[in-house]
Design a protein around this ligand. Structure first.
Ligand code: VGL
Ligand code: ZN
Length: 196
């Protein structure tokens, strides 16, 4: 079984959104077309409480894109984005969302979750691994936003868990903060992720 895992194709990551990824919306037609070629289609949704600790606004004197040390490790501070139930957290209006499963992540105030598999402590599971295993899904193709954060963390975790992982680069776009894109590509390749 081969699943398409569509990461965070939400309004706030598209042009006009709070944490817009350049050309983020340009990948939607390709992702929609790809959906017909897989045994299962799974989507993730970044889903934060309004006072999430990854938001710079929660940290006195800090600005978006600065780094801080959290109890679970270093964390980039972001503009307020993907707040639960807001239009920014909704999927892009042209994205086909009739997939089999929607995984929400980043819903605990004290910890961010880039990966669809584990929160940023790399320990607390989202439950997606169990879902995939019990459905007999062994192969994953990842697409979506952003390539250097949530797609990257999800792909590396999936490969470490033993899934056969491909990232379709044409169906992704990156934030590219301080070399994060090059680092993400190198990290994915080192983990055995196929970049096509
Ligand atoms: C993401 C930054 C903050 C992502 C989510 O989807 O890549 N990036 N939250
Ligand atoms: Zn987020």
């Amino acid at each position: 079984m081969h699943a398409l895992l569509v990461i965070d194709v939400q309004n706030d990551f598209c042009p006009g959104g709070a944490l817009a990824v350049a050309d983020g919306d340009a990948i939607v037609p390709r992702i929609n077309e790809m959906m017909d070629d897989f045994d299962a289609v799974l989507l993730t949704q970044d889903w934060h409480p309004a006072d999430h600790s990854s938001f710079a606004a929660q940290h006195e004197g800090k600005s978006p894109y600065e780094m801080i040390d959290m109890p679970y490790g270093p964390q980039v501070l972001w503009p307020v984005h993907c707040v639960q139930g807001t239009s920014g957290a909704a999927f892009h209006p042209q994205l086909r969302t009739g997939g089999d499963l929607i995984v929400r992540k980043g819903f605990r105030r004290a910890i961010d979750s880039y990966s669809a598999f584990f929160e940023n402590d790399h320990e607390t599971p989202t439950g997606l691994e169990g879902y995939l295993r019990t459905r007999g899904i062994e192969k994953l193709t990842l697409v979506g936003l952003a390539l250097d954060f949530c797609v990257n963390f999800s792909a590396v975790d999936a490969a470490k868990l033993g899934f056969d992982v491909t990232v379709d680069l044409a169906a992704t776009r990156a934030i590219d903060l301080d070399g994060s894109l090059a680092a993400a590509k190198a990290g994915m390749e080192a983990a055995g992720v196929k970049l096509v």
